[in-house]
Design a binder for this molecule. Structure first.
Ligand SMILES: Nc1ncnc2c1ncn2[C@@H]1O[C@H](COP(=O)(O)OP(=O)(O)O)[C@@H](O)[C@H]1O
Ligand SMILES: [Mg+2]
Length: 228
């Protein structure tokens, strides 16, 4: 099922007197339970497209349809609600809070996305997610004692603990070595399939493309080629 549609999206930035069109009419759609990889040279507009799709910044023109609803006409509070409850995010660095344990980071996320959960329900969700990402033995650890790959596993747990529909990942393996990158990508792939998430992932690494269901190649603000 098609859950997400990007329709003729444009983005223009103004630098002083100069207007620059960074996204030049992007069209793409994402289907439930599938991973779409966004590739292309640095500066081609991948992160801009991802953050617009995720409602973190607005498009200059065009529409973003999520579950059939047009996000581009919603007010910022409506977009914020969707983002907090239906979207998850993973970035290049895990950005864990240094003075919170793994469990506490996850509690914090649950409080933001769904404050109605009781303590024992929170614990159940945390048990489940830590098992899924293979980190249940580190629940009381602090980030400084984790390896880069483990931190990214916790970041993934945090991104999906509230059961989002869509996972946005911007170069989630860029700071990892090749083996850890593969581990993290196969984890993202497993979770996408098992939890029926829709994943949009920016990656620069050709080797990682075998993990994607679809590959969208961007160049200079346009979709150059889309391979299914
Ligand atoms: N807030 C901004 N203001 C002005 N220019 C921007 C802004 N954000 C991104 N850009 C420009 O848009 C282009 C695409 O950036 P980006 O989407 O980050 O590319 P990618 O993720 O593919 O490397 C770059 O030339 C960048 O300098
Ligand atoms: Mg980028």
């Amino acid at each position: 099922m098609e859950i997400f549609t990007i329709d003729e999206v444009r983005k223009t930035f103004t630098n002083g007197e100069v207007q620059e069109e960074i996204l030049k009419g992007i069209n793409l759609s994402l289907r439930e339970g599938e991973i779409t990889a966004l590739v292309g040279a640095s500066g081609s507009g991948k992160s801009t497209l991802l953050t617009i799709a995720a409602g973190l910044q607005t498009a200059s023109d065009g529409r973003i349809l999520f579950e059939g609803k047009n996000m581009t006409t919603m007010n910022s509070e409506q977009v914020r609600k969707i983002r907090a409850s239906k979207f998850g995010f993973v970035f290049q660095f895990a950005h864990l809070v240094p003075f919170l344990t793994i469990e506490e980071q996850l509690i914090l996320m649950l409080e933001v996305s769904n404050s109605k959960l009781k303590k024992y329900e929170q614990r159940r969700e945390i048990d489940n997610i830590l098992k899924l990402v293979g980190m249940e033995h580190r629940r009381n650890a602090y980030p400084s004692s984790l390896s880069g790959g483990e931190k990214q596993r916790v970041a993934i747990a945090r991104a999906i603990i509230h059961k989002p529909k869509v996972l946005f990942a911007d170069e989630p393996t860029a700071s990892l070595d090749s083996k850890r990158s593969k581990d993290v990508l196969s984890l993202i792939r497993d979770l996408t399939k098992k939890l029926n998430i829709t994943t949009l992932m920016v990656t620069h690494d050709e080797e990682m493309l075998s993990y994607a269901d679809h590959i969208i190649k961007m160049s200079d603000g346009q979709v150059l080629q889309s391979k299914n």
